[in-house]
Structures are given as C-alpha cells and as structure tokens.
Write a protein that binds this ligand. Structure first.
Ligand code: FAD
Length: 502
C-alpha cells in the first residue's frame, strides 16, 4: 500500500488525509501540537468555551463533500444552522445596520438607515456574483500551475471574460462607485479583511467575497466551529488515518530530487541528535500543511536552492489580536457576529499596512457563540471573542501595543453599549501575532498566508506541488488558492486531485 505522510493537522491537512485515504493510501498525519485543527481550535477557561480562530463559517458544502466522498451522510456527524442575520454593524454615529441574508430585507434596511437605495446593494451583489462565476472554476477550484487547467473550455470562457473581474481598480474605488453613503462603502470595504488584505490596495476582484456570504449564506456549526475539526478528524480515523500528536516534523528528506520521508522529533527540547531524539518515517508522498515559508526555511533547510526567491519578498496577510473574555452579563442588543466600525477606516488600514502598528480607534469584531450555543458560557454570561485586525509580526513592541489596544477597545465598547465593560470581564486570555506564529507555525502570524493586495497575488501564491522535488506537495492557507476555511479545503481537493495512487 502506498504511504502518504501529512505534516500538520490543520483543516487542509485533515481534509487531504480524508481524500487520500479514500483514494486508497495508507495515511499518517504528524502534528506538532497536542490537538488537531491548527488555527481552528478551542480554548476553555472558567466555564467559558471559545473557538480560537475562525468564527465565520461559509461554504459548508466543502465539508459535506468530504463525508459524501467517504460514503457517509454528512448530517449523521456534522450539522449546522443557516443564519438569518449575518452580522450587526454598529457605526460611530449610532447607526445599527442588520445584514440579513434575505436580500429584500437587507435592501429595505439599507434604504431606511443609509443614503443608499435598494438598487445599490442589488447592483453590487450582481457584480459580486458575476466575478464569482468567472473566477470560481479557474482561480479557486483548479491549480493555476497545471497545464490541464488552461486547456479546458471552461477556463477559456473565463479567460475571455477576465476584463469583467475588475482587477485594475481597488476595492475601495469600486465600492465608492457602487454606493453613495460612506457607511455602505465601509461595509463593502470590510470584505477585504476576510483574507487579511487592504481594501485601498486590493483589486476589486475581491468584491467576489460578499457573494459567498450573501448568496451561499453564513452558518453556525452545531457545537461550535471546533466541531468542523473534530468531526473531520473522526471521519479520517474511521477511514484508517493515523494521527500522531506532539510529533513535530523536523526535516523532509530528499534523495535524487525525490521525497524519501521525514524526521520526526520524539523527545527533547531540540532535535540535536537525530538517531537519539528522533525517528525517520518513510513515505511515498509527503504533503506539507505547514506554512510554505517555514516548510522551506526549516524542513528543507539543507536544500536552500529549492527556496523560491519570491517567497522571501511576498507581503503577508494581516494578523489579529484577540481577547477571549468571559463576560458576566448578557447583551440582548448583540448577536453572533457584531462589528463596531472605526470613524476613519483609511487611517486604520494605514496603521496596519504602512505604520505596522494599531490605530487608537480600531474596528472591533465581537463574536459571541453563546448566542447560538448557550453552554459556551455560564448562566447569565456571554463568551466574547473580541478581535481587531493588526499587522503581521515584524518584531513590533507587542506588549505595549496590546496594552493600549485593550484600553481603547474597552473604552469604545463601553461607550457603544452604555456599560463599563472592564468591570464585567471575569476571565481573559489573549492571542496575538506572536502566539499565532508560535502555535501554528504561520510565518509572521499571518492569518491567511500571503496578502491579496495586488492583482497578481493569485498567480504568485505558491503551487500545491513542488516543481523541483518529486512527490512533495503543499496544502493549506499559505498556498494556492489561499486562506480561510473554504479555500484551505479547496487546496486539499486540488492537491489530492494531483496525487495518483498508481
Ligand atoms: P493551520 O490552521 O495553519 O494549521 C497548520 C497545522 O500544522 C498546525 O496545527 C501546526 O501545528 C501544524 N504544523 C506546522 N508545522 C508543523 C511541523 N513541522 N510538524 C508538525 N505539525 C506542524 N477563516 C475563515 O474561513 N473564517 C474566519 O472567520 C476566520 N477567522 C480567523 C480568525 C483568526 C484569529 C485566525 C487565526 C484565522 C482565521 N481564519 C478564518 C483563517 C483560517 O483559520 C485559516 O485559513 C485555516 O484554518 C488555515 O488552515 P490550514 O490548513 O492552512 O492550517
């Protein structure tokens, strides 16, 4: 039986394991942490449960597909509810905008609360749908590094329609043309942050994102987001996949330009002596779910010539600062997803991208899973996942930045909600770019691999297959087609389409 070895049990690593097991491979996953999921994990503190990373779940069909592929009924192991209200937006002037997935309701809300008319959002979403139809098959579901992709009629049709994907103006410029009210421009610009980019730089092609949320919908998995990880690991195990935790891969071994296997660290702080501290595991194919930058820098350090030079220069996506707060009160005016916008969005992005620090007035994303899963918080309480976008880790003085951001966030939320939030915090833990980097081996703590701040970003993202080493592949948010749960799952699909059992 052919052996496939996967480095990392992030969501893409788990999905790749499932797909290769279905193909007939003997699959082993080696994970550095004591738990699966990478960014998609959970933390429990003082009776509060928090999903640590992703909180917005779109395109659940990509998870369902994995169960179907294995011959199982998805809803026997993994269920979710569609949200009617996708997000509540709070503006500094007191306006509250409820984004419903029902387009007519949302359009009415916009007409009532902003200077825009229902037609603006309809035109905007029609454009979003068109971009999706043109780009989906070529940019998201296929490899851009395979000749086969370019030889299909579907690709040719998409290529002929490329002028319509709006690649040559920024998202912000496009959104300014779609909407009259700055509040709606800010609403639309925020979608750039869904893949850690800057709306003032990123091409308007990213206006495809609202179609995914508005048309396909946003969901809440029963049991919380971490259920995605747990149910897929259980599925993989039913298919015979073996997961090895606390087993960091230290080196990928290559002979005559072909993968031979990997060295795993079994004991000790550092693997000083391979034979004593490690174990060599052979494999026919190796798929790295580790960030591609660190895969080259650490696991392939003996082969510096393999490192594609552009990887060193590529701009990384933004990172995040998250306060997981146990709050001893409930707020009926809040929902599952809440956004408290900043007064000056452009200045906020200048801080993230040019000054590489944090504005005093950041846009705050507040996720409260206990709204849908009450046992995530004790009675009368709520679990607040309080997040702001911040630059990637470039050795800033994070302790100082975090202390002042914490104060500014508390002040802003206290003002908006009419309560002294500081007094309601019963427990706290923090995730910042440094800990994202160390806990998930993501270069600079970026959430979504490389940024999409240029029209060429999609083409420059690393391929899912090594062009120089036979049987070495890559999956996950740092490679094609990009970050976020849906795209990480698609990377697993692309990579396993490439790997043959023969
Ligand atoms: P990762 O999650 O990066 O995991 C990689 C795994 O590999 C880790 O478990 C790591 O320990 C392991 N590993 C690395 N190196 C080694 C090694 N040498 N040996 C063994 N194991 C190794 N996406 C959304 O869709 N919606 C959201 O709302 C959303 N919000 C986010 C909020 C935050 C705070 C964060 C951090 C991310 C968010 N994302 C969101 C992005 C999403 O979480 C990621 O794009 C996705 O989970 C990446 O999955 P991955 O497969 O690339 O692996």
């Amino acid at each position: 039986m052919k052996k496939a070895l996967i480095i990392g049990a992030g969501i893409a690593g788990i999905a790749t394991a499932i797909r290769l097991a279905v193909k007939g491979f003997e699959v082993a996953v080696f994970e550095a942490n004591a738990y699966p999921g990478g960014k998609l994990a959970e933390v429990v503190q003082n009776g509060f449960r928090f999903d640590t990373g992703p909180s917005l779940f779109t395109m659940p069909q990509y998870v369902d597909e994995l169960f179907k592929l294995a011959g199982e009924k998805p809803d026997a192991s993994f269920t979710y509810q569609k949200l009617d209200l996708v997000c509540k937006y709070f503006y500094p002037d007191g306006t509250e905008l409820n984004a419903s997935t029902n387009l007519e309701n949302f359009a009415d809300e916009i007409a009532t609360k902003t200077k825009d008319q229902p037609e603006s959002i309809k035109k905007y979403l029609k454009n979003s749908r068109r971009i999706y139809q043109i780009t989906n098959h070529v940019f998201l579901e296929k490899s851009l590094h395979r000749l086969k992709t370019y030889l299909s009629w579907q690709t040719l049709k998409s290529v002929l329609r490329f002028p319509q994907i709006d690649a040559f103006r920024s998202m912000h410029r496009a959104n300014n043309a779609f909407f009259t009210d700055p509040k709606m421009v800010q609403y639309a610009d925020r979608f750039a942050t869904y893949n850690g980019s800057n709306p003032y730089k990123a091409p308007a092609t990213l206006n495809v994102i609202p179609h995914l949320e508005q048309h396909f919908g946003a969901y809440f998995p029963d049991g919380g987001i971490y259920q995605i990880t747990l149910s897929l690991v259980a599925l993989a195990e039913r298919l015979g996949v073996k997961f090895h935790y606390q087993s960091p891969v230290e080196q990928v071994v290559i002979e005559k330009s072909k993968v031979k296997g990997v060295w795993i660290k079994r004991s000790g702080e550092r693997m000083q002596n391979k034979e004593r501290d490690g174990e060599f595991i052979t494999a026919d194919v190796v798929i790295s779910n580790m960030d591609v930058y660190f895969t080259y820098k650490k696991l392939l350090a003996d082969h510096p010539k393999l490192l594609p030079k552009r990887i060193l220069k590529q701009e990384r996506s933004s990172s995040a600062l998250i306060f997981y707060w146990g709050i001893k009160k409930q707020f009926p005016q809040l929902d599952l997803h809440n956004i408290f916008f900043s007064a000056d969005y452009q200045a906020e992005f200048e801080h993230i991208w040019q000054k590489k620090d944090i504005t005093d007035d950041p846009t705050i994303y507040l996720n409260i899973s206990s709204k849908y899963k009450p046992d995530d918080a004790p009675n009368g309480c709520e679990n607040w996942f309080t997040m702001i976008n911040v630059p990637s880790n470039q050795d800033q003085d994070w302790d100082k930045l975090i202390a002042s951001a914490r104060q500014n966030i508390i002040q802003k939320l206290s003002k908006a909600l009419g309560e002294d939030i500081a007094k309601l915090i019963t427990c706290e833990s923090i995730l910042d770019p440094r800990s994202i980097e160390s806990k998930t081996s993501s270069y600079q703590g970026s959430l979504y691999g490389t940024s999409s701040n240029s029209q060429f970003a999609a083409f420059l993202r690393h391929s899912n297959k090594s062009s120089k080493v036979k049987n070495l592949y890559f999956c996950g948010g740092s490679v094609h087609p990009g970050g976020g749960i849906p795209l990480a799952l698609l990377s697993a699909k692309i990579v396993s389409d490439w790997i043959s059992i023969k």
